[in-house]
Ligand binder design. Structure first.
Ligand code: GRF
Length: 187
């Protein structure tokens, strides 16, 4: 099986990256993580790239030509799928166009509910019964684009921001690999 070369974009912890690296070591998993891009030099996720000897690139988004650098690097590494995993920047229309339907993102809510930041605060404030995570295609709008997979759980009266985060992330580690398998079934 020829695995699709995939780039994971991160900004922080990188626990989804780590999970995808582990999953992609499975022979039958359709992708190989071939590149990691971070806009944060100190992102913990970079340690996983180092540990698994995956090429990584720090991108300084304050530089004018940073997008060219990203595009160049994606092309050089023959990337055919981009997975956003806690990447805290919005990708430009240009990249979204070049990689049309080849960019996916994971968001810690049941989209279209609670787009953007501070999701768990919003979930609690809104007294939701359920929450979860969503993997979706990326288009030029924030946390928009066709949904590939959602996973949900019931919120208990004891839940707070930190327990919601923990429970949501646990589901994310199932949802992201499942979403990837699902999109490759369609090709
Ligand atoms: C995840 O909860 C994801 O839903 C959101 O950012 C978080 C990233 O976590 N987009 P990590 O860096 O993968 O640990």
């Amino acid at each position: 099986m020829v695995k699709s070369k995939t780039c994971v974009f991160i900004s922080g912890q990188g626990s989804n990256l780590k999970n995808l690296i582990y999953r992609s070591r499975d022979k039958s998993f359709p992708i190989k993580i071939s590149l990691v891009i971070s806009n944060n030099k100190n992102a913990n996720g970079i340690t996983y790239a180092k540990k698994f000897k995956i090429p990584y690139l720090f991108i300084n988004t304050k530089l004018k030509n940073y997008e060219n650098k990203i595009i160049q690097c994606l092309k050089k590494n023959k990337i055919s799928l981009i997975c956003l995993a806690g990447y805290m920047k919005i990708l430009s229309d240009r990249i979204v166009k070049i990689y049309n339907k080849k960019i996916i993102n994971i968001h810690p809510s049941l989209l279209p509910k609670f787009k953007g930041l501070n999701t768990f605060e919003k979930v609690l404030k809104n007294k939701e019964r359920k929450t979860g995570c969503t993997v979706h295609y990326v288009n030029s709008k924030l946390d928009d684009g066709n949904i590939i997979i959602k996973k949900a759980f019931y919120i208990s009266s004891k839940d707070n921001i930190s327990t919601l985060k923990q429970k949501t992330q646990k589901l994310e580690y199932k949802a992201y690999p499942e979403a990837i398998i699902k999109i490759f079934r369609r090709y």
